[in-house]
Design a protein around this ligand. Structure first.
Ligand code: ARG
Length: 589
């Protein structure tokens, strides 16, 4: 179906037309229309334009007003201050625009004009290692961006760049050859993932102890690394076991997170092994990388070490080994040349920003990135404990992600039980809702601060019914569903001829902004602006619900239908927005 122009963009266009009629040299200048407290909208762009054209701003504004007679869309327009325009729209225009939105399955959200292909790198835990809160952020933010970008029409390719290569595998594999049953555990069942990780952990610790205490084992482990890198089949098969066992665990955690990860999209560091040598060759031949103390390095004017000496990106070590940089550079070539990416997005911890800055600049010098293909790191901050320090257990260990998820679901169960005063829900229903509320709470808390900032992990706050939380939005949604169910033979229907109450107008004008909000969120990679939009939507709905009775006391039939229509569109917008964030909206809570 056709996309719907928002009322805001219609008004903006009209003001722009009147502006270019009054001041032809302004061309297609943007009047910068914004929502405002004084009227519905305020246009702030005239001042700057008048200054540029050496015209009197108030006079120009007055001319624009004269060119915009009140009518079907604009109800009132007046000049204010030094040359702002205050604009009030008609109730009819609000309801008609919303009705067009409601008639579309996409809620009228336009598709991007020039969609491209984005390869997004997110949810990248490390083999044989426990997943912690840092992995939560990448997974949650990445998954939301995937959904949002796809919704705007972008082609999206997912890549999970898991850490599955490196010298530590020599130690692990060697230990496994000497203790062949260490990875055995019960297969099948919901606990399989946890069992896989606990045997991996045991093996990791045991092999580490041996490595540090037994020189001969250490030597054998080093030989193993050489065998692994040389592609020795037996060694590779053992390495594959580590990868497979770890994936069982990762998938169990992602499943808990209510997140779908496809095996085909898991292309770990090892996936680029065959390209490493060529990548280095190209960089060396083109002079982008140079030999320095035996290593192959790329230097940057603005990157220096603590000693003031330039600190290079090392693409090949002096012993011939390849590291994180060579892998990432090869991944860029693959994503650009084989996957056809026009944009590369990396959802990775801000502490890796220097790495990405150097990798991107190297790729630019090599021509892999250019005006048509660009790369961005969607860098996220650290998850902090209540004390404001990086989140650790009391013993100072990193907190296991699964433990946090389980605890969130437990807390949510308490909330759901408390709310279900009449005891209508079965135990099974409580468990299901608790999962949706608890996991939603964790995702929402992660998404609702701007990604670059650190945030405090506070479960009490996350599952609170009051405030900027997912459960507040979930309740708003469930409440609307209950109203729609109880509406009897009344049905939702738009009535543009009616006069609207202030709370109806405010809700309607906010609903109008859904498409614009999504476009902004998609282009700036800022999911927190979507949570802010949805939270405000739920708040405006709450005010509307308090001030504008839908069923009791019973309003006139046309008023009731129009209110049900607003209820329905609010619910659909909440549902769509939350779905993009990966958060469930149960029909009943
Ligand atoms: N596995 C890495 C970690 O846990 C993150 C990988 C990020 N992606 C990349 N292409 N380097 O820190």
């Amino acid at each position: 179906m056709a996309s719907v122009h928002s009322l805001a963009s219609t008004v903006n266009q009209r003001v722009a037309d009147a502006l270019s009629a009054a001041l032809p040299e302004a061309g297609a200048a943007d009047p910068l229309l914004r929502r405002s407290d004084r009227a519905d909208f305020q246009a702030n762009g005239i001042l700057a334009l008048a200054k540029k054209a050496k015209a009197n701003p108030r006079e120009l504004a007055t001319q624009v007003v004269a060119g915009l007679p009140a009518g079907d869309v604009i109800k009132e327009i007046e000049v204010s201050g030094p040359g702002f325009l205050n604009i009030t729209v008609t109730d009819r225009a609000i309801v008609e625009t919303l009705a067009a939105r409601a008639a579309d399955a996409r809620l009228g959200v336009p598709l991007a004009e020039n969609p491209g292909t984005t390869v997004i790198d997110y949810a990248q835990p490390n083999v044989a290692k426990e997943m912690h809160v840092g992995h939560l952020r990448s997974a949650v933010i990445g998954a939301a961006m995937v959904e949002i970008l796809e919704f705007t029409g972008e082609k999206v390719v997912r890549r999970h760049h898991i850490g599955d290569w490196g010298t530590q595998f020599g130690m692990l594999i060697q230990y496994l050859t000497e203790h062949p049953h260490e990875l055995d555990h019960q297969h099948g069942g919901p606990e399989e993932g946890e069992a896989a990780m606990s045997s991996l952990n045991r093996l990791y610790k045991a092999s580490r102890v041996l490595f540090d205490s037994d020189e001969e084992f250490k030597a054998r482990s080093r030989d193993r690394v050489v065998a692994l890198q040389a592609g020795d089949p037996e060694t590779l098969a053992l390495w594959q076991r580590f990868v497979d066992e770890s994936k069982i665990y990762f998938y169990s955690v992602f499943n808990k997170l209510d997140m779908e990860i496809n095996d085909a999209d898991v292309v770990g560091e090892s996936g680029y092994n065959a390209m490493l040598e060529e990548t280095c060759q190209i960089l060396e031949d083109s002079g982008v990388a140079v030999r320095s103390d035996g290593a192959l390095c790329v230097f940057f004017d603005d990157v220096k070490g603590p000693d003031g000496k330039p600190s290079p990106l090392i693409v090949k070590k002096s012993n011939g080994g390849y590291g994180y940089a060579a892998t990432d550079l090869s991944a860029i070539r693959d994503r650009v040349q084989n996957l056809g990416a026009s944009t590369l997005v990396y959802v990775v911890d801000a502490r890796q920003s220097l790495h990405f800055r150097m990798v991107f600049e190297t790729a630019r010098r090599a021509g892999w990135l250019n005006e048509d293909v660009h790369a961005v790191q969607l860098a996220f901050g650290t998850v902090l404990g209540k004390d404001g320090k990086p989140f650790k257990t009391r013993e100072g260990e990193t907190v296991r992600l699964v433990d946090l998820l389980d605890e969130a679901v437990e807390r949510a169960a308490v909330v759901v039980r408390e709310k279900d005063k009449q005891g209508r829900l079965t135990e099974e229903e409580i468990a299901e809702r608790a999962t949706q509320v608890g996991i939603g709470a964790i995702k929402y808390a992660d998404l609702s601060t701007s990604a670059a900032r650190d945030y405090k992990f506070d479960l009490d706050q996350m599952v609170s019914l009051n405030g900027d939380t997912s459960v507040y939005l979930q309740y708003a949604y469930a409440r609307i569903q209950s109203i729609l169910r109880n509406a009897g033979e009344r049905t939702a229907a738009a009535h543009p001829e009616l006069e609207l109450a202030p709370a109806e107008r405010a809700l309607g004008l906010h609903l109008d902004q859904f498409g614009e909000t999504l476009a902004e969120v998609a282009s700036a990679y800022e999911p927190h602006k979507l949570t802010a939009y949805l939270y405000q939507l739920a708040s405006l709905y709450t005010t509307f619900y308090d001030q504008c009775p839908v069923i009791k006391p019973e309003p006139a039939p046309d008023v009731a239908e129009n209110r049900l229509f607003l209820c329905d569109l609010t619910a659909r917008t909440l549902h769509q927005g939350m779905a993009l964030l990966g958060i469930r909206t149960p029909e009943r809570l």
